[in-house]
Ligand binder design. Structure first.
Ligand code: GLN
Length: 492
């Protein structure tokens, strides 16, 4: 079969359970596509064919024996931030170039337990700090829609792999937009769950109070399947929440779009730098939802201007603390011939961390230092609370809030934005993490250069089912999510 990569997760599950094809055939199909096409996309850091085929054979055995789960035998790719036992986990950093984790992240453990087949680990910005995936020490990943453009970041490898049909779906993490923005840039659906919904155990930490893992796929339905596997409490992550997990697949049609109140924040649509095509596509998608019965309600989110400065204080502060563990002593990159312990620390870290990571460690260390702590860090925490309250107030009147996921479509590789220019591109995604809310990106069309545009829907706490359901129904009435980049149409 040459077109296995065109099947949705539901179709793959049906095909496997009806023995129309085996997991081995499906896995080989994807491995062949990766071998043929990934030299152009560069989405994978590590491909694991042997392990994948062994997992596929085990899946086929389980399917035959009748003890398969809904997803047994379906391949996926993991962002290289999830620890994988026996397989290198780099987080896109030279400092972890030789790091092989002795254990699996809970998310990885769960995908394995569900019978999913790991194709490999995909590229990302170094320690998930960035919006283009260019800061990875292995180099840039291409956007399948235009190979001279970035796929977004930091989960750019996940997005590019799925958009090029080099994986049926993938995991990502989102600290300030890293699932939603690359999903937007690559024409995919991506869900950032409520903080605490998915375990962070075994995910290389960037900013612990903001990090959250989620699915990236072609459709809300495909995302729902992966959410069913990865969501839930984990005793190994004290911030994961003991709360019943929805059946996200069963709930896909449960939210009524008729009568749904969608908040349109006035402040969001007058942002300097909001591309005219992005604005137009997002407004068209909202019109469509209105035709489907939703009511658009203008709302105020008065804290908008505080998002970027607040996030870019808190995230680096937490990063500076989290990244202090990379000292060249226990694991990771170590400099040659250290003169003494101080030299070992200094040179291992200077050689191992790239410029963006070093910048954030410096900013974060400064913000946390005695004398500046109250003025910067404590103040940012207070503003963070105001941002959360702003949302809670809005949710008294509306069910979900609509926004673009990013003010522009994908940048050119090497555009070399200044740090502040790049940070401003995160304006629409950061607040969701600061408040701990769930949000989803859905593809809603293209700009004048045929690059994908994304709509973001932000929900109240624990509304993942609702968000997936709204997007699912939108996708039943539109076909943007079915569009494929030219490279995805190529056969291996
Ligand atoms: N672009 C943002 C940053 O650079 C968000 C990254 C993320 O969500 N991991 O921090």
């Amino acid at each position: 079969m040459t077109d296995l990569h065109r099947l949705s997760i539901r179709e793959l599950a049906e095909g496997l359970s009806q023995a129309k094809f085996s997991s081995r055939e499906l896995t080989e199909h994807y491995l062949q596509r990766i071998a043929k096409l990934d030299s152009q996309v560069k989405s994978y850091v590590t491909v694991t064919p042997e392990q994948a085929l062994a997992e596929a054979d085990a899946a086929d055995a389980a399917l035959k024996a009748g003890n398969a789960t809904a997803l047994t035998g379906i391949p996926l790719a993991h962002k290289d931030i999830f620890c994988t036992k026996g397989i290198k986990t780099t987080a896109g950093s030279k400092i972890l170039d030789n790091f092989i984790s002795p254990y699996d992240a809970t998310v990885v453990e769960k995908t394995k337990a569900a019978g999913l087949v790991t194709l490999g680990k995909v590229n990302m910005d170094e320690f998930a700090m960035g919006s283009t995936s260019e800061s990875s020490y292995v180099g840039a990943t291409s956007n399948p829609w235009a190979l001279d453009h970035v796929p977004g970041g930091s989960s750019g490898g996940s997005a590019a792999a799925v958009a090029a049909d080099l994986a049926p779906f993938a995991t990502g993490t989102d600290t300030g937009g890293s699932i939603r923005q690359p999903a937007s840039f690559c024409g995919l659906t991506g869900l950032k769950p409520t903080y605490g919904r998915v375990s962070r155990f075994g995910i290389i930490a960037y900013a612990s109070s903001l990090d959250q893992a989620g699915p990236m796929a072609r459709s809300a339905e495909d995302c729902a399947y992966l959410m069913n596997v990865i969501a839930g409490h984990d005793a190994k992550d004290s911030t994961s929440v003991k709360k019943e997990v929805d059946d996200y697949v069963a709930n896909l049609s449960n939210t009524s779009v008729k009568g749904l109140r969608i908040g349109i924040p006035k402040q969001y649509f007058n942002v300097v730098g909001l591309d005219a095509d992005v604005k137009a596509r997002v407004e068209e998608s909202l019109k469509k939802l209105e035709e489907m019965g939703a009511t658009l309600v203008e709302i105020d989110l008065n804290m908008t201007e505080a998002y970027v400065p607040t996030y870019y204080l808190i995230a680096p502060a937490e990063a500076s603390s989290n990244l202090s563990r990379y000292d060249g002593v226990r694991y990771g990159h170590r400099c040659e011939n250290p003169a003494d312990l101080m030299d070992l620390y200094k040179r291992s870290r200077s050689e191992g961390f790239g410029p963006e990571v070093q910048r954030r460690i410096l900013i974060g260390t400064y913000a946390l230092s005695a004398g500046y702590y109250d003025a910067y860090y404590v103040k940012a925490q207070k503003v963070r609370r105001l941002i959360q309250q702003d949302f809670l107030k809005a949710f008294e009147n509306v069910d979900v809030i609509a926004a673009p996921s990013a003010p522009t479509t994908a940048y050119k590789i090497g555009a070399n934005l200044s740090p502040t220019e790049m940070y401003l591109g995160d304006i629409y995604t950061l607040a969701v993490n600061l408040a701990g809310l769930p949000a989803i990106n859905a593809p809603v069309g293209f700009d004048k250069d045929s690059l994908p545009v994304g709509l973001q829907l932000i929900g109240n706490y624990w509304s993942e089912s609702q968000l997936l359901s709204i997007v699912h129904q939108y996708q039943q009435n539109t076909d943007w999510h079915t569009k494929r980049a030219a490279i995805a149409e190529e056969n291996a």
